[in-house]
Design a binder for this molecule. Structure first.
Ligand code: PLP
Length: 482
């Protein structure tokens, strides 16, 4: 039942604190003519409504959530506690610098920590999400080429396995996309890349966007050669670091030859996402791009105080003020709680857990690209299962729901046809992994013994199989009064 349907005229509750400033009534011209049609419900109704909704949804707190390429990891409550401190929340972005030195210190320390983790020289926290970070990073690269008089560099190379946001961001940044195929092993085809860069087109190349490990969970062993090829034709290399879970504390994009990176604080650095609140996609870069960063960066002045400084060739503003500041507070809390060793441990466990599951499942499920060792996630290819039983990746995903497991990412990467992409994350115990493995294996058996049952799944969830096409084509996103 919608909260609007529970509404009764005149019912309500006072939840707002008493006003502590002088009351002010705006001009009539600015007042609405009719009161907004908000639901009118009592406090206990609101409270029950939202707990009921939370019981119907599946979150990291409810059970296993191996959504590959999205990193649904546990977000320690201490992060929320820190981010709720009045010193971080009861401030104004236009407050004089000397009154918010603590907040500036969060940005400064956050930047230092991310520099250390990625091997970059400077960061902006303005971008609000991963895709927004990509767009920002590409604008940095564009500004750099333009400043060098390289106006013809308008093409960006994106591998066919890339996250969909990569080509989309490139187009938004006014660049055109050149796709490079992956080779047999699922990695960049180095020979094709070299041919492209050494051809006439090489002079038009602005750069390459890459995720490493890539979306198949594979670390590209030729990474140094790849960044070298791009640099020698005059391009810049962009690292999509949305999921740094396999390598943080172990390997650094800066050392692999990347010039610019974005991170998803809401994936790798433990901030809730997917409806759980705002994210952040900070962008880091090497010295030669730092002068173009958007917004303001925090730097220590000669007076020993922290100041907000606009980079000299700044490309402007990507978002108001300093981005989603409280997300940075959460990320810094996470980084400081773990420490250097903990950060490395988190990566090692993420990789160990993924390999453990992959090794236990590979007797039955086919692993894409015949991967021997994966990074923090792995991709199963269910094409053979579909052919033999009529049970698809979608059916297995729905079957998992009946066991209280959130499905892995489905039908991605696009280079694998019946893909299920599993990312267990570092925080799952051996017992949880063993249980999930048993569920996966039992569904595999079921595909042969009773495929019909899997076509009907899920049967125990609050809603059964949804009309996903209908939901995408005719979404009803708003309550309208009859
Ligand atoms: C999630 C993800 C993105 C996009 O991040 P958003 O915050 O959703 O915009 C980009 N690249 C990769 C590899 C991702 O996994």
């Amino acid at each position: 039942m919608l909260i609007y349907e529970k509404s009764r005229k005149g019912r309500g509750c006072q939840l707002l604190p008493k006003c502590d400033v002088e009351e002010y009534t705006p001009d009539k011209a600015h007042l609405r003519e009719e009161a907004p049609k908000l639901p009118q419900v009592s406090e206990v109704d609101i409270s029950r409504h939202y707990s009921e909704l939370s019981r119907k949804a599946h979150g990291v707190n409810d059970g296993f959530y191996p959504l590959g390429s999205c990193t649904m990891k546990y977000n320690p409550r201490v992060n929320e506690k820190t981010a709720a401190l009045a010193g971080f929340t009861a401030i104004h972005p236009l407050q004089p610098e000397h009154t918010v030195q603590g907040c500036l210190q969060v940005l400064e320390e956050g930047e230092k920590a991310l520099n250390e983790i990625t091997g970059m020289d400077a960061f902006t926290f303005q971008p609000a999400a991963g895709a927004h970070g990509e767009f920002t990073g590409l604008l940095l690269i564009k500004a750099y080429h333009l400043a060098n008089g390289d106006t013809q560099r308008t093409k960006i190379i994106v591998p066919d396995s890339a996250h969909g946001t990569n080509p989309a961001s490139a187009v938004m940044a006014g660049m055109s996309v050149i796709n490079v195929d992956s080779d047999q092993s699922g990695c960049v085809d180095v020979d094709k890349l070299r041919q492209l860069c050494e051809s006439e087109e090489g002079k038009e190349i602005a750069g390459l966007m890459l995720t490493n490990p890539n979306t198949a969970g594979l670390f590209d062993p030729n990474i140094l050669e790849i960044t070298d090829i791009i640099h020698s034709c005059g391009g810049q290399v962009y690292y999509d670091g949305a999921n740094l879970n396999a390598i943080m504390g172990i390997a650094r994009p800066g050392d692999m030859g990347f010039d610019c990176v974005h991170l998803n604080l809401h994936k790798t650095f433990s901030t809730p996402h997917g409806g759980g609140g705002p994210g952040a996609g900070p962008v880091g870069c090497k010295e030669h791009l730092a002068g173009f960063l958007p917004g303001k960066v925090v730097r220590k002045g000669e007076d020993g105080a922290l100041h907000l400084v606009k980079p000299e060739k700044s490309l402007g503003e990507m978002k108001n003020f300093y981005g989603n500041f409280l997300v940075v507070v959460k990320a810094l809390t996470y980084i400081k709680t773990l420490g250097a060793e903990g950060i490395r441990n988190a990566s090692e466990n993420a990789v160990l857990n993924a390999n453990y599951m992959m090794a236990k499942l590979r007797d039955k499920y086919d692993i894409a690209f015949d991967t021997k060792i994966c990074m923090h996630e792995f991709v199963m290819d269910l094409s053979r299962l579909l052919k033999e039983t009529g049970v698809s990746a979608m059916d297995i995903a729905k079957g998992l729901l009946d066991h209280g497991i959130h499905p892995p990412t489905m039908y991605f990467p696009l280079t694998v046809h019946e893909a299920l992409m599993v990312e267990p994350t570092e925080t799952e115990s051996r017992e949880t992994l063993d249980w999930a493995i048993d569920v996966f294996l039992s569904l595999y058996e079921k595909a042969y013994s009773d495929p019909e049952a899997l076509h009907r799944a899920p049967e125990t969830t609050p809603v059964g199989r949804l009309d996903e096409v209908g939901a995408a084509r005719h979404p009803v996103l708003r309550f309208t009064e009859e």
